[in-house]
Unconditional design. Sequence first.
Lengths: 47, 379
Amino acid sequence: MNIETILIALDMMWKGMFGIFTVIILITLIVMLLTKISKDETDKEDI
Amino acid sequence: MDFLLSGIMAITWQQCVMYLVGGVLIYLAIQKGFEPSLLLPMGFGAILVNLPASGVINQTLAGIGETNGIIQWLFEVGIEASEALPILLFIGIGAMIDFGPLLSQPIMFLFGAAAQFGIFAAVLFAAFMGFDITDAASIGIIGAADGPTSILVSQMLNSKYVGAIAVAAYSYMALVPIIQPFAIKLVTTKKERQIKMPYNPKSVSKMTRILFPIIVTFIAGLVAPMSVALVGFLMFGNLIRECGVLESLSDAAQNMLANLITLLLGMTIAFSMRADVFVNIETVMIMAIGLLAFVFDTIGGVLFAKLINLFRKEKINPMIGAAGISAFPMSSRVVQKMALKEDPTNILIMHAAGANVSGQIASVVAGGMIMSLVANYIK
């Protein structure tokens, strides 16, 4: 058991999860925006 | 008569273990129906590469010199030199995935991210067990619950344990219906498992479906550049599916390409299941850590759903979090089955499918993230 490797693994854990959540949250926000834009356009067409 | 017996006399006990491993994989594939398209070729390949002086791997013969073996050649060209086989398989996978259930309920994206926790928990376990950081990261990627990603990342990181990692990843993916219910019950109450969720999907326009793969590629590529090969090919396959003008290519990617590569990938990965590199204590440790990775993926997703429930009026069934792993569609089916067991009127399949396909994106992003982070630590 190497303490340095364990510390790297812990560092990797928070950085990795933070990175994945950053990518996923960005994608989520853009999808929400796209959905809203296309809904607004559909509503306009209906009017 | 010695020339007839030389093969039998050359068999080692380690090779006998590998014949047994090969036999078990073939049994699981045929009799139990566990990931047969991968486990059967891997099982048969494990027997092929472990026959003494096997002609499927390179050999040096007295008086003749070096002879080339087909499985070693496939491994060196298709995986070692270019990672072409797992990457090309992503085109087929992308063409198979309908992101509709996810795009119509974007909150499900978050569970895909949360359920990658097992990867990093497994890296930590592997570090505790004495593996160096590149091997620990390669072992951790078993938690992506995604065979091609596990093969690609462990190969790119030059791990010595590609074979054991691939066997663990595919075996545990096949065992999701056994592993996940156990892990879900560990962290949920019966009352939580009975939570009903109304399904009111937002309509998804064709424009959104077409722009989605392009946007995902951009974002993932800019934040985690190492994930471009994985995410890019996955999303390229999905773009072919959704564009509406390439139906024959979409069909070819979903069927011919995916089947052909799956057929070759299983046999090819068997090269790393040679007795001299596979039969050791590390393989047993990798199998144990891989199991923990799947358990912690599930727990991570479930606990994240509980956390979100603290801030929401309309509660989410925490089991949805467990469906955030990449094993599609097994994981969403497991969640639906458990929901029906607790309450026969509870339909969660569309929510679970949304989280499940999010897991497919998050797992390849995680693969890229792991490679980028390891590259930073070892430079």
